[in-house]
Design a protein around this ligand. Structure first.
Ligand SMILES: Cc1ncc(COP(=O)(O)O)c(C=O)c1O
Length: 388
């Protein structure tokens, strides 16, 4: 197999899905596991998850239509985000998707098209960051971007709008928060906030969507069981699990730990300052936000008897000086054709980074019966077609 390529472990992927399913089944059977498509929207993955009974959580018309193309019926889609288009909104309403309202436009579409539908609608809540420990959450000063703020009065307005539209509305709430730590405490705080809202507004919830942002498949970190039990402990104070469906939308926890990237060393040289190792990987593939400094990695070399070097700077294929993937210390001296394998990089990687200088690499999946290619690297001809 020619590097660079991603390799998905079906075994790990399946274990991550099963961990969530088991936690939900044991603790809150009236629940839905929805996969966050943006985290990795590889069609093979979406089809695999569809076949394992996982819903798709989407945040654009394009992701919605991709999920449909991958075989999800509308009623197995959770439609989120503030940029929903009018036509897809109508389709989602008619098809009984879960729709979490996140903009004034969403409310207008609901008023225009929702009247005689059995809409399954929730309100994305703009959670006050003060409810969290500041070490867990960013945006402490300026607050989150998404949802309707209770404190600013917009949550009540959205609620009113839905209640005026339906005599016995199926109202849900959606509370996704991106945290820095993925700590269980974030979900305890979110659940407490939800309980307060439910008490204050006397809402009978058809569903509560706790969003994504969990760990999964990572030793020493919280498990789906830890998160769901903590959420349940708090929600049970006001919410009956038999009457209110619990939705969770993990992305990284499903695919993150199940993917490795295989790269090769293309060139090794010394400058007056450093040992530079140029590879066919790139931060474009593993770190599209250009923010990471550490990776879980392993090295494959024909000869591990080489003397280790104090410091080697591993760089990517792009001709950008800051495409420095990582600095490795006290490692075997790398030579041309050695391999560097990055582990647990399935989230926000293979379908996030753009096609820059070189194009998308191959993706393989390791199944019981061998290794299969599930995405062909993008050729120059493909690239030309897409861009002309
Ligand atoms: C609404 C929503 N749900 C789920 C997720 C998935 O998050 P993660 O991949 O961290 O689980 C995100 C990511 O930002 C999100 O915005």
């Amino acid at each position: 197999m020619k590097t660079p390529y991603f390799l998905i472990s079906e075994e790990k992927l399946n274990a991550n899905v099963e961990d969530f399913k088991k936690a939900l089944q044991d603790l809150w059977p009236n629940s839905t596991l929805a996969y966050s498509v943006k985290t990795n929207s590889l069609p093979w993955l979406l089809q695999y998850l569809r076949d394992t009974d996982v819903f798709a959580e989407v945040v654009s018309d394009e992701e919605y239509q991709l999920a449909r193309l991958c075989g999800y019926s509308d009623d197995r889609i959770v439609f989120n985000g503030p940029i929903k288009g009018e036509e897809t909104f109508q389709q989602a309403l008619l098809g009984k998707a879960v729709i979490n309202l996140d903009s004034v436009k969403d409310l207008e579409y609901l008023k225009k098209y929702g009247k005689d539908t059995e809409a399954c609608v929730g309100i994305r809540v703009n959670v006050n960051p003060k409810v969290f420990d500041s070490k867990d959450i960013g945006y402490e000063e300026d607050g989150f971007r998404f949802g309707f703020s209770e404190e600013a009065g917009d949550f009540a307005k959205a609620l009113n709008c839905i209640q005026n539209l339906y005599s016995s509305p199926n109202i849900g709430i959606h509370l996704h928060c991106n945290s820095i730590t993925r700590s269980v405490n974030v979900y305890i705080a979110l659940a407490k906030y939800a309980v307060e809202l439910v008490r204050k507004y006397g809402i009978k919830l058809s569903f509560i969507d706790m969003g994504g942002g969990y760990f999964g498949g990572v030793e020493g970190k919280p498990t789906p069981y830890d998160y769901i039990s903590a959420i349940k402990n708090e929600l049970m104070k006001e919410i009956n699990p038999n009457e209110t469906r619990l939705i969770v939308e993990p992305g990284s926890a499903i695919i993150g730990s199940a993917v490795d990237l295989y790269t090769s060393v293309l060139d090794v040289k010394d400058t007056n300052c450093s040992r530079i190792v140029t590879t066919d990987g790139s931060r474009v593939y593993v770190d599209p936000l250009w923010a990471k400094t550490r990776y879980m990695y392993s090295l494959q070399s024909a000869d591990f008897n080489r003397v280790p070097l104090d410091k080697q700077i591993v760089c990517g294929y792009t001709c950008m000086d800051h495409d420095r993937i990582m600095i490795i210390k006290n490692e075997t001296e790398l030579h041309v054709e050695d391999k560097i394998i990055y582990h647990r990089i399935g989230a926000y990687s293979m379908t996030f980074g753009g096609m820059f200088i070189r194009y998308y690499p191959d993706v393989y999946v390791k199944l019981n019966n061998g290794i299969h290619k599930v995405r062909n690297r993008v050729s120059v001809e493909d690239y030309y077609k897409i861009n002309s």
